[in-house]
Design a protein around this ligand. Structure first.
Ligand code: 8YV
Length: 313
């Protein structure tokens, strides 16, 4: 008999097909009666497939008494209740490494779009303003600026290595200074924001980083500064972000992530000094394919009794 899987988020189509050919898949994501579905097949479920946006909460874990593994397509596992999984020795896997390069690339795209006013420039050409009003507003160089990276993990380091050829001064914030890294280090995020012209959030989400990019931090980045977020909406005080962008205490922002996805606070729409992107830093066919394949490989390892490839707990 094929093991039963609860599918909370779909894989890319080819991998979803493979998943459905190999396992007895129940589409929680598509079900119109999720409670009824769990009531009828909850006991059979041996594994869950989810992603870094949807995760799985304690109440659903508790309704799956035979759950052995939660496999997630995403590096961030903040929406997965890992504590609840640990209490029942349920294994959790994520998809680190395979997405690092694409996420770092998109960060650079957001940073340049924000600092060089790319989206406003596009509209300036499209709506004929260039001909009517003349040359576009001057923007600001990356070279020589101070860029602080909040969270110098795999993704933060990949961002830094892409920035190096652009010749900024680089700094970072984290629990401890990292050996072999000679960027400016601050143990305090406010101090890094004060040091920085541009602050990039690339730390994990979750309780430990909830709201750490506070109003004070945003003010410290300053009226000529920029905040770039490819981490999680939860790491920033979003009301303060909207307020400081609105009254000019913060110069500009480039955001891939929001508190309320996929319907971010509509106040963002009225702001001309923010570049918005729909949480898609890992969203290339290649990377989403590799993430989905890693989910399949982790599931295969689990059901073969082999060590998991990318365990979280
Ligand atoms: C995905 C992410 O967008 O990896 C993460 O943690 O947030 C993103 O790569 C998300 O997991 C949906 O697939």
């Amino acid at each position: 008999m094929k093991p039963a899987i609860l599918s909370i988020a779909p894989l890319v189509p080819d991998c979803q097909k493979q998943l459905e050919a190999t396992y007895d898949v129940h589409r929680y994501d598509l079900s119109e009666d999720k409670d009824g579905l769990v009531a009828s097949i909850g006991e059979q479920i041996k594994a869950v497939v989810t992603n870094g946006g949807r995760g799985i909460a304690r109440d659903l874990i508790e309704r799956l008494p035979n759950l052995g593994v939660v496999t997630s397509s995403g590096v961030g596992y903040d929406p997965i209740d890992v504590t609840a999984c640990n209490e029942r020795s349920i294994k959790v896997t994520n998809t680190p490494d395979v997405l690092t390069d694409d996420v770092a690339d998109l960060t650079i795209a957001l940073l340049l779009a924000t600092r060089r006013n790319l989206i406003v420039g596009d509209a300036y050409v499209r709506n004929g303003k260039w001909g009517e009003k003349g040359p576009f507003t001057l923007t600001s160089s990356i070279k020589g600026k101070r860029i602080g990276i909040a969270g110098l993990g795999r993704i933060g380091r990949a961002i830094a290595s892409r920035l190096e050829p652009m010749k900024p001064e680089l700094g970072y914030w984290g629990r401890n200074p990292q050996s072999g890294i000679d960027y400016h280090y601050e143990s305090d995020l406010l101090a890094l924001a004060e040091w920085s012209d541009i602050l990039i959030a690339s730390m994990p989400g979750g309780a430990a980083t909830q709201g750490v990019v506070s109003e004070k931090v945003l003010e410290a980045i300053g009226p000529k500064g920029s905040f770039i977020n490819i981490a999680r909406g939860s790491v920033v005080d979003e009301k303060a972000l909207i307020a400081t962008l609105g009254d000019g205490r913060l110069g500009s922002a480039g955001l891939d992530v929001f508190l309320n996805e996929p319907n971010p606070d509509p106040a963002f729409r009225a702001l001309g000094n923010v570049v918005l992107h729909p949480h898609n830093a890992s969203g290339t066919m290649e990377t989403r394919g590799a993430m989905s394949q890693l989910v399949l490989d982790n599931l295969a390892a689990h059901f073969a009794g082999k060590p998991l490839i990318t365990p979280v707990n």
